[in-house]
Design a protein around this ligand. Structure first.
Ligand code: FAD
Ligand code: DHB
Length: 389
């Protein structure tokens, strides 16, 4: 088999790349380790930046998102017995976020690729990249896929990044001393906007998926197991961390999904080796507090598409050569923002009284200074894409 771009991974990065390449007349094949059902049901992100929404609309895959997505023009920071709204409409006029589940984006992209005759092979667990520096190819289940370039869109635990020879990549990493327990509940949201709550008991986040389904996250110890968290314990903890302002009551309902996610910051540089290009979580991870991971993956594949289109149309490798450096500027901005939001809102060592005071001072500053709130708002809704792609 032969294609122009061999894509490993059918997450948001791989699927969107395949679709954007198709719009530019470039052929690709997507190889995915898991089943279609599995990738369509995997519950993860929920917040799409303005630029991500615009790009999905421009690429003709935004129809259902426009109908079912929930535009939000602010978030609440809740701490010390009070709620403080960060008003996007005032601080970053014309920019907002849309709450629309990552698995809905994935479903929309898969449906569109298949309708356009795109090739996505599911259930291929043994993909291996070869000959990255010359004529690259992928092997899987006794088959060989020759390609001009390989796009490693296979997430943090994929095969592409580890296939780069030792010594090539520089790794930058930070682990956090807590994890997130996420749940989905069949209950209308108790708030119109997302609530990021800081308390002595730990961080809690009230989000949502639809007018009937709420999404919540709790800061939990890294060694926690889902079995430690029966439904009653989850609701009790959410109440303790969220019912901290007068008049706010959390509505409870049946929980139908639970997951635990590690919190990590990670960057591999450069995002290219020979003819292998990494995109999305395969190259970088952020803790989810800033809601940046999926949005960064979208920004990467937007640039990779432009670079590949320029190469096929003009023969120039200029944009391919600058792909990694251009991506990494945005990646590091998001790394800083995600680390900053995480540090601002989570509870660290209980005995670090100095750190606790700094945190309160920082929260007071962000919720009282227009300059500080604007810093949060413009990063949260997403900085504009790099021009030219
Ligand atoms: P992935 O989604 O990981 O996709 C990689 C794909 O490659 C998968 O389908 C995988 O099965 C496949 N694969 C892996 N190995 C192989 C292999 N060997 N061969 C073939 N295929 C393989 N981001 C946001 O922007 N906003 C948010 O609100 C947000 N909230 C989050 C909340 C949580 C709890 C978590 C955990 C993450 C959140 N994120 C958020 C981050 C976001 O979910 C990820 O950044 C995003 O999934 C990255 O997409 P990707 O396509 O790069 O990787
Ligand atoms: C969601 C996830 C996030 O990481 C975040 O910061 C906000 C919302 C969500 O899944 O809805």
């Amino acid at each position: 088999m032969r294609t122009q771009v061999g894509i490993v991974g059918a997450g948001p990065a791989g699927l969107l790349l395949s679709h954007l390449l198709h719009l530019r007349g470039i052929d690709s094949v997507v190889l995915e380790a898991r089943s279609r059902e599995y990738v369509e049901q995997r519950v993860r992100a929920g917040v799409l930046e303005q630029g991500t929404v615009d790009l999905l609309n421009e690429a003709g895959v935004g129809e259902r998102m426009r109908k079912e997505g929930l535009p939000h023009h602010g978030i609440e920071l809740r701490y010390g017995g009070a709620g403080h709204r960060i008003p996007f409409e005032k601080l970053v006029p014309g920019r907002a976020i849309t709450v629309y589940g990552q698995q809905e984006v994935v479903k929309d992209l898969i449906a569109r690729r298949l309708a356009d005759g795109g090739k996505i092979l599911f259930d291929v667990p043994d993909v291996a990249p070869h000959s990255l520096e010359k004529s690259p190819y992928l092997t899987f289940q006794g088959e060989r896929l020759d390609c001009d370039v390989i796009a490693g869109c296979d997430g943090f635990h994929g095969v592409c990044r580890p296939s780069i020879p030792e010594g090539v990549l520089s790794i930058f990493q930070r682990d956090y001393p807590f994890a997130w327990l996420g749940i989905l509940a069949r209950v209308p949201p108790s708030s119109e906007e997302l609530i990021y709550a800081h308390s002595d008991r730990g961080f809690a986040l009230h989000s949502m998926r639809t007018p009937e389904i709420s999404r919540f996250y709790l800061q939990v110890p890294t060694d926690t197991s889902i079995d430690d968290w029966p439904d009653e314990r989850i609701w009790a903890e959410l109440r303790a961390r969220l019912e901290t302002v007068p008049g706010f009551e959390l509505t409870e309902g049946p929980i139908f999904a639970k997951d635990v996610s590690a919190m990590r910051s990670f960057v591999a540089e450069p995002m290219r080796h020979g003819n292998l290009y990494l995109a999305g979580d395969a190259a970088h991870i952020v803790p989810p507090t800033g809601a940046k991971g999926l949005n960064l993956a979208v920004a990467d594949v937007r640039l990779l598409t432009a670079a590949l289109a320029d190469f096929y149309e003009t023969g120039s490798t200029g944009l391919l050569d600058s792909y990694s450096a251009t991506c990494l500027k945005r990646v590091w901005r998001a790394q800083h923002f995600s680390w900053w939001m995480t540090t601002l809102l989570h509870t660290f060592e209980a005995d670090d009284a100095y750190g606790g005071r700094l945190q309160t001072s920082h929260l007071d500053y962000v919720t009282s200074s227009t300059a500080a709130a604007t810093t949060l708002a413009e990063n949260y809704v997403g900085l504009p894409f790099e021009p030219g792609a």
